[in-house]
Every structure is written in C-alpha cells, then in structure tokens.
Design a protein. Structure first.
Length: 167
C-alpha cells in the first residue's frame, strides 16, 4: 500500500517537545496551524479558510535539529507521510487528529531569514580534559598513554586558548 506524501506550510503553535524512547533515541513533536486562503468574489477580496492543526512527528537527527531550531510562531514548511489517529476522549466523544511523519522540516523563507548551522560530527569535536576543561591536542585524551615518539623530533603546536575545526 502506498503512503500519502504531502507538504504543508503553516506556523508552529508551540515550541517542539521531546519524547524519549525506550531504546534511548528521542522523537520530537510540534503542532502546526495551517490556514488556507481563497478569493471571495462576492466580497472582491481574499478570505481565510478554517484553520487546520497538524501534529508533526520527527525522529533521530531531524528530531534533534527540530528541537534546537524551531520556536512558537515560526513559519514552517513540512514534508512527510500523512496519516490520521482516531480515539475516544474522556467524555466518550470520538476524536481524531491529522498527523505527519516528517521527512523534512524547514523555515518558510517567504516570511524571514534564517541561518543554517551543520551539527558537528564526533570527529570534529575536540578532546577535552574532564578535570580542567582544557582542549587537548589531537590524538590524546585524558588518561591516555604517552606516545613513544621522541619529543625533540616533533615540533610542538600550541592549542592553548583556541580551537579551529579541520574543514
């Protein structure tokens, strides 16, 4: 059976929330309000349609980036798989929600600017001495054994006070 792929444009109704999973991973959830517009020929103007609220779920790296990047009120574009959930509420009324399992989420640049920052890979993160907080030279870590290379044959490189990632 095929999934319904869709793209929505709307505003985050609240900051995203994190939901830890049993396996240690994190998923994130954010509600997006989507209000369509149409041209009302009798009023000779545009009018708003009913606002629909869509719950967007994200997993893994997308969830981490969603939690770090999106805040209440920001305009978003979301692409993913559409589905519905149905349940009975505490007052015995039938309830339903419209959901998207997100494959991609971004800010809608029609309404503002944003700045992209790629997360650091583990190989780009410096070794830090846990006792002093000092950045250690590459290849050494706190408690590591000394190198067998003769100290006089290696030029020393100062790493004190600065760190520049190797790009």
């Amino acid at each position: 059976m095929r999934d319904i792929q869709t793209t929505i444009m709307g505003n985050a109704t609240a900051d995203p929330t994190a939901h830890p999973q049993d396996d240690g991973s994190v998923t994130a959830k954010v509600r997006v309000a989507v209000t369509g517009r149409y041209y009302n020929s009798s009023a000779q103007d545009f009018s708003d349609r009913k606002t629909e609220f869509v719950t967007v779920f994200a997993r893994k790296g997308l969830a981490r980036n969603l939690l770090a990047s999106v805040h209440k009120g920001q305009p978003l574009i979301v692409t993913g798989r559409l589905n519905t959930s149905e349940w009975t509420g505490e007052d015995n009324t039938a309830r339903h929600s419209l959901n998207i399992q997100a494959e991609s989420i971004g800010h809608d640049l029609s309404y503002g600017t944003t700045s992209f920052l790629r997360p650091l890979r583990s190989v780009d993160v410096p070794n830090v001495d846990p006792d002093t907080g000092e950045i250690m030279p590459s290849g050494t870590a706190a408690g590591a054994e000394e190198s067998s290379v003769d100290d006089e044959s290696v030029e020393e490189e100062s790493t004190e006070g600065s760190y520049e990632p190797a790009f």
